[in-house]
Design a protein around this ligand. Sequence first.
Ligand code: SAH
Length: 233
Amino acid sequence: MSFAASVLTLYPEMFPGALGLSLAGRALEAGTWSLEAIQIRDFATDKHRTVDDTPAGGGAGMVMRADVLARAVDHASPPDDPRPRLLMSPRGKPLTQARVRELAAGPGAVILCGRFEGVDQRLIEARGLEEVSIGDFILSGGEPAALVLLDAVVRLLPGVMGNAVSGEEESFENGLLEHPHYTRPQEFEGRQIPDVLISGNHKKIAEWRRAEAEKLTRERRPDLLAADQPLVK
Ligand code: SAH
């Protein structure tokens, strides 16, 4: 069973975009996952195909209309659709590797990309949308966020990554940032590869990598060490 992504957007031309290349692109061609980009504007009913209107209560910008979005969501995802319905949103729960793993283990995702000031709150409630943020910054639209989320999910689908082991040692997978990497040449501008890595002693190498990962995490992301929950269940 392959992972089915339906993306609701005002810019379907942005998809598959970067996901049409490399690992994700090959997996898309191979049918490991599928991607449908749906034009929200097709669900407008007036002759100008209007999808937004001025905010109730006044203020700057425009808000995406609940009625138009509801028709688009219902078309992409009928009530018995088992896939989670996500709304890319800076107000959402920050995306984690744990959530990415859950999504990758499921049937797919329906992803709504916001534009302008965002979407009418009643649509979020009426269609039970899960708001997902990719970080504490503001994008001009949900499309790049959807591409980020799908990239993270697709690389975890069975058969997508060449060397499956590499996924398990990555940053966040064990609650730590990853250790530094080195490759040839042995000397670069006077800098050597740490001796232990060319010692051939696998136990020592594992200990060194673990210690470096802990040091880096303490320095850069002490919040990860403090987290009372493991990042991956
Ligand atoms: N006025 C909103 C920001 C709107 S940005 C606010 O202050 O919260 C326009 C759209 O871009 C949003 O509807 C959302 O779909 C997307 N977006 C912006 N930043 C995002 C982020 N950090 N994560 C996920 N989606 C984001």
